[in-house]
Design a protein around this ligand. Structure first.
Ligand code: ADP
Ligand code: PHD
Length: 545
């Protein structure tokens, strides 16, 4: 028998596999392999043995014994054609049986593509699962049955199976598992981050099973995959896990290997992974299916990554703030990353990273309006006519004004302030400094991931530390308005911005130009923010300059 061992190394400081020895011991067989990778963090070792017992003399390596005997990958057999692209469909695109049928038709309308499909949970299922979990904590075991959200989820998935004409058994096991899990939560009276991730994973596990079954039913051979079973290896940061390097070769091996044998369209759960230490299900942060899609794109070296939404691509601002927002035809990876990081819900903040690394174009399209051109995101674009590209609003941000208590010219002040942030593990978003004072906003993503109690303590600790060296003013309910654009034209942008703000009577509390050089950030009061965005949109996108 051939056992294939996958070693998952983590990019930790000082870690290298170069001199690590693997020792195999099994009945009658004893052998060892020295890994010879100099900088790699991942290696697959094939070893012929029975009942392999393994000892690894390296903390930062996790080893999985895969029960796959077919370790050789042949890239093209079957039709002899490789997979071409990723098509990711968000919750809004697969919210009902009718929508799933439309998405299936949409996929089939591209006969030249051989896509990997990535799906999110149906509609608002993730929110409903979280709500059901919260209710289970307090409702008592006997009342779990009557949690409204549980009934809704059961009804939605069973009805969808009926309407698609596929067996309800496709989702029954998961629905039963979900019910049991909620009972478990109600018995324990607690919902840990780890359990929360397991809980929400039911959404993607069921939507992909339904969709794949439907593709098979209409004669389009398909195979469903749970991301946590095919090598999506992540950190153990439940609810906000980061994908590890080992993911790329592992995912490629499974998907390409199976495709070359079966030519069955892969349908993969978005948003989910497997913690490398815990081996438990993790999630990649809300909206994380975009990141699943770009990770698969890079892993397989595909030609294009398509993310299908319910809007005509990335827009000039959030359409919920201003319905006149227009679609942006081209963006660079840097612009898209900045836009997502500063709060545009349309893309996951980290999703551009694999696409940029693999230099794979990302196309954002509308599944409700497939003929609209959408947005194409690439490494570079013609910026000669670009001034402002998009306006993004991040609300409810906390801002700190930190003024040195020492005299002007005191050196080391900035260093002391930032050491405090480092010690407490708090990162910041926007910063503006003078010699004796600093204004900054706290990165909400960092604080959001934690429990409220922890957050309050964290702020208290921060203030206590900073007050040893400075006078600190805590300003809450602020908004960051990020102007993503051509910074070569920043004077032109700023001139117009200040005209608009002045005529609207708005006082900017802080201003900063991002280091990435595609972003100018303005901090204003929450109450004034939406009105500012609308006024800026009108000045930049609706009036001839
Ligand atoms: N700048 C923007 N461009 C496009 N959509 C935006 C923008 N800002 C916010 N949105 C919102 O993002 C939504 C799409 O993202 P999301 O809900 O994650 O889609 P999906 O669930 O289909 O992946 C849109 O419906 C829109 O309301
Ligand atoms: N279902 C998850 C993951 C996701 O990416 O969803 P969507 O593609 O619908 O934003 C969420 O709601 O966060």
């Amino acid at each position: 028998m051939t056992a294939s061992l996958q070693l998952y190394g983590v990019k930790a400081p000082g870690f290298a596999l170069s001199s690590k020895r693997l020792e195999f011991g099994s009945k009658g067989i004893s052998n060892s392999v020295t890994l010879a990778a100099s900088s790699a963090v991942f290696r697959t070792v094939e070893h012929s043995c029975r009942n392999v017992a393994l000892r690894v003399s390296c903390e930062a390596v996790r080893v999985d014994l895969l029960e796959r005997q077919d370790t050789e990958i042949c890239n093209s057999s079957g039709t002899g054609k490789d997979l071409t692209c990723v098509m990711k469909f968000g919750g809004s695109s697969v919210a009902s049986a009718e929508r799933m049928k439309e998405v299936a038709n949409l996929i089939l309308s591209f006969p030249d593509e051989r896509p990997v499909i990535v799906l999110s949970a149906m509609g608002k299922t993730t929110n409903k699962l979280l709500k059901a979990g919260e209710k289970a904590v307090t409702c008592g075991v006997t009342n779990v049955e009557s949690i409204e959200e549980l009934s809704f989820i059961k009804e939605l998935h069973l009805r969808t199976a009926h309407e698609l004409g596929v067996e309800t058994t496709v989702v029954e096991k998961h629905l039963e598992g979900l019910h049991q899990l909620l009972k478990g939560i109600s018995m324990m009276k607690e919902l840990t981050l780890r359990t929360r991730d397991y809980l929400v994973s039911f959404g993607e596990c069921m939507s992909t099973r339904l969709f794949s079954a439907y593709l098979n039913k209409i004669g389009h051979k398909s195979r469903q995959y749970d991301a946590f079973e095919i090598g999506f290896i992540t950190t153990d940061d439940f609810t906000n896990a980061d994908i590890l390097e080992a993911t790329y070769p592992a995912v490629s091996k499974t998907l390409v290997g199976d495709w070359s044998k079966e030519n069955a369209v892969p349908v993969v759960t978005g948003f989910l992974g497997k913690g490398w230490r815990s081996c438990a299900v993790t999630t990649l942060g809300r909206g994380g299916s975009d990141l699943t899609a770009t990770t698969i794109g890079k892993a397989l070296g595909l030609r294009e990554i398509q993310v299908w939404k319910d809007v005509d691509g990335v827009l000039t601002c959030d359409p919920n703030i201003y319905s006149g927002a227009q679609s942006v035809p081209y963006l660079t990876f840097d612009e898209a990353a900045e836009l997502a990081y500063f709060g545009a819900q349309v893309l996951h903040p980290l999703s551009m990273r694999p696409a940029r690394d693999g230099d794979i174009p990302v196309r954002v399209k509308n599944s409700y309006n497939p003929t609209a051109p959408g947005t194409v995101i690439t490494r570079s674009r013609d910026m000669s006519k670009a001034v402002l590209t998009s306006i993004v609003l991040k609300r409810n941000v906390t801002m700190l004004d930190i003024a040195s208590t020492r005299m002007l010219g005191q050196y080391g002040f900035l260093a002391k302030v930032f050491t405090t942030f480092e010690d407490l593990g708090i990162s910041v978003d926007v910063v503006a400094t003078s010699e004796v004072s600093i204004s900054l906003t706290l990165d909400p993503a960092k604080l959001w991931g934690r429990e409220l109690i922890q957050r309050t303590n964290e702020l208290d600790n921060l203030l206590e530390e900073l007050e040893k060296i400075a006078v600190v003013k805590l300003l809450q309910r602020r908004s960051i308005i990020s102007l993503i654009g051509n910074v070569k034209k920043s004077s032109q942008i700023l001139e117009k911005v200040f005209q608009v703000l002045r005529s609207n009577g708005v006082n900017v509390q802080m201003i900063s130009q991002g280091a990435s050089k595609v972003n100018i950030s303005l901090i204003v009061n929450d109450e004034e923010a939406e009105q500012c965005v609308r006024a800026l949109h009108s000045a930049f996108f609706e009036t001839a300059s």
